[in-house]
Design a protein. Sequence first.
Lengths: 245, 356
Amino acid sequence: MSKLYERPKSLCDVPMHYCPGCTHGIAHRLIAEVMDELGIEGETVGVAPVGCAVFAYDYFECDMQEAAHGRAPAVATGIKRVIPDRIVFTYQGDGDLAAIGTAETVHAAARGENITVIFINNAIYGMTGGQMAPTSLPGQFTQTSPYGRDVKKQGYPVRISEMLSTLDGPSYIERVSLDSVPNINNAKKAIKKAFQKQIDKKGFSLVEVLSTCPTNWGLSPVESMKWLKDNMIPYYPLGVFKDVD
Amino acid sequence: MSEKVLMKGNEAIAEAAILAGCRYFFGYPITPQTEIAAYMAKKMPKIGGTFLQAESEVSAINMVYGAAGAGARVMTSSSSPGMSLKGEGISYIAGADLPCVIVNIVRGGPGLGGIQPAQSDYFQATKGGGHGDYHLLVLAPNSVQEMVSLTIDAFDLADKYRIPVMLLGDGTLGQMMEPVEFSNDNISHVYEKPWATVGTQKKRKHNIINTLYMSPEELEYTIIERQKKYNSIVQNEIRCETSYLEDAEYVLSAYGTSSRIVETAVHQLRKEGYKAGIIRPITLWPFPSHIYKKAAEHAKAFLSVEMSMGQMVEDIMLAVNGKAPVHFFGRTGGVIPTPAEIVSKVKDIAGGNASE
Ligand SMILES: Cc1ncc(C[n+]2csc(CCOP(=O)(O)OP(=O)(O)O)c2C)c(N)n1
Ligand code: SF4
């Protein structure tokens, strides 16, 4: 009998702490599958964020560094400059990447730093219990926008992929979603392409992954997938924003 | 023996770092340390090194974290307002047991302060700056030549103990030109770094550079282990220079630029018959407390001279522990004390006219 499904080799054989139905686990799996397929596990150094994915350093078999909140692109820059022939990626949430770490993100992209950023956009701060994120949608209810995000007072969401694609530094920027099987398959292709860009020394690559946070959205995992599809994708259109050879 | 060259302190630090094997420099421009970055920007590309001007000091120190975690000899430099921003990264570097060298060419504060030399970051350098239970090993040169030797030593100490080491200068030292010699004598051990994240090559378990521990017991354990390292630094790495101390009744103490002024003042005092001596700490942490303690057996009084409102004076008080009065004289905000002011302060103390 042939095995149809197994744990990717680049993923550690440990239980993950993510909530049931959270798409962080899917994103981890896709990255690990890509590392396996490209044969780069032994060559790769990952940088974990501060956020729900903080323990990512325990989940990937490759070498890992844990960065301060938002600083992963700077940490990855330091690593990459020392070992330019290795593969360096960061894994960051939207608070980490698009609020406290905005400067680090923008300037790593502008420098065309040859790293890969996996950006998990779940429109909320998961780890700290569901506060408004820079990516929370207009009207979205969170712990710190209890009456719904009022754009007059709390401003508008940040579209990172669109913003960064105005820069000359990035080689590849795509937004994908984890709400359905076809979209998940597509997300994997994007992640693989992003790593390939780095292997080919093309410069900064980023995949924005629309994700769910059932716990802090107050929805079931299935309802969360639907909420993502109905609310996030219209505001954050999927697609390739930049692809330079 | 190599020839002497005339060099600015800041440039001497940069050249010494390169000599010590530093090939990665991450920084953000700020007066009065800019010559370090300028020197690195010129030199590094020619020797296969990296100079990177970051978007902020926050980013620069986190680049240092990444590079140190990948096993490199790496340095950043800044001046006071920039050091405040580096506080976060320094705490993480200390917590992850990563070696690096951080240079602070101090200017007057608080806030934007001024661009003139000061010593008002002593507390920040020796007592914290970032959060948590940690220490930096802090080296305080007082000449351009010592900026060279201590920079080289800083890289070795950082690697030996896996800690961030700070070189604490000030605008005067950074800008002044003196003849220096670069010799290869004290260069520089190569340390194995099996903990570095450079890719497993699938030959070992993954290395993790981390500062997070969810269990309080585990976190406490790592802090206590690190404390043992600090204890051994206190045992082995204290550096201090003394002069005229044997018969000194008035012990003046200063580090860095102010120690040069104190030297002039003490010569004058000796000429006039005052038994004055000097303790110059070269490591500010660990602090040479035992030297003060011993001096307190015969000293009538101590005087800390600083370009601040009095910061090191607290460490002297702790060391002297009430055995003798400890006085303070300082100018701050970029004003440099004069030998005459110091001489007159000592005379006041000797005449019983100075309050502690
Ligand atoms: C300097 C600093 N500020 C605040 C925090 C607290 N904090 C931890 S995680 C987090 C938000 C994480 O949200 P996000 O990046 O969206 O990731 P998620 O948890 O949703 O995956 C915050 C604010 C911190 N650890 N450090
Ligand atoms: S809080 Fe949200 S983002 Fe965090 S693990 Fe739970 S579901 Fe996932």
